[in-house]
Design a protein around this ligand. Sequence first.
Ligand SMILES: *[C@@H]1O[C@H](CO)[C@@H](O)[C@H](O)[C@H]1NC(C)=O
Ligand SMILES: *[C@@H]1O[C@H](CO)[C@@H](O)[C@H](O)[C@H]1NC(C)=O
Ligand SMILES: *[C@@H]1O[C@H](CO)[C@@H](O)[C@H](O)[C@H]1NC(C)=O
Ligand SMILES: *[C@@H]1O[C@H](CO)[C@@H](O)[C@H](O)[C@H]1NC(C)=O
Length: 168
Amino acid sequence: MASLSRTVFFSILLLLSLHQACAKKTHLHFYFHEILSGPNATVKTVVNPSNSTKSTFGDITVVDDMLREGPDDNSTLIGRVQGLVAAVGRDGSLESMHNFVFTKGKYNGSTLAIYGRVVLGVTIERPVIGGTGLFRLAFGYSLAKPVVSSATKLVYEFDVYIWQIIKF
Ligand SMILES: *[C@@H]1O[C@H](CO)[C@@H](O)[C@H](O)[C@H]1NC(C)=O
Ligand SMILES: *[C@@H]1O[C@H](CO)[C@@H](O)[C@H](O)[C@H]1NC(C)=O
Ligand SMILES: *[C@@H]1O[C@H](CO)[C@@H](O)[C@H](O)[C@H]1NC(C)=O
Ligand SMILES: *[C@@H]1O[C@H](CO)[C@@H](O)[C@H](O)[C@H]1NC(C)=O
């Protein structure tokens, strides 16, 4: 019995180490830029049940934000973030459904699906739930740290860590 459980234990260990050997890890670093108002606004509130000018419970917003290499407005555009944000928390928390669409370099045409809870003003951690193109079968997490938070724009620094099983 003891030797059987030892065999099972070492088989699991072997499987785990094989899996690690076949997972590719990628770290992406970029900046997220959101323009809150004006002709080039990248957010639009489409449902606003309380007709309030500030974000309140029940609001739904669509976004087409920019991904840039750096925090400056002039920094190279590398992609867009397209999706929905819903104010689902009476505590001010949001639910986000975002596609990160890369438009430059080797990831041009590839996308990452990032989904999860957002509380503005603090580091936001969200799961990466999938991807397309070079990011097929991706899973992982993203961390977003606020860099600029003004009345007209938001800039977040992103670190995204993804793993892809490249061989079963
Ligand atoms: C909006 O974007 C256009 C095109 O990039 C630019 O020419 C214009 O100056 C921008 N307007 C504002 C208010 O930023
Ligand atoms: C919503 O608020 C604006 C002013 O902020 C007002 O002009 C408009 O009539 C309001 N709409 C409704 C449906 O209450
Ligand atoms: C962007 O570029 C313009 C012209 O090259 C320059 O005047 C401006 O200061 C730059 N802005 C930033 C934020 O780097
Ligand atoms: C990205 O891919 C699209 C579609 O294949 C292509 O039209 C575009 O020129 C590419 N952009 C860059 C910056 O490589």
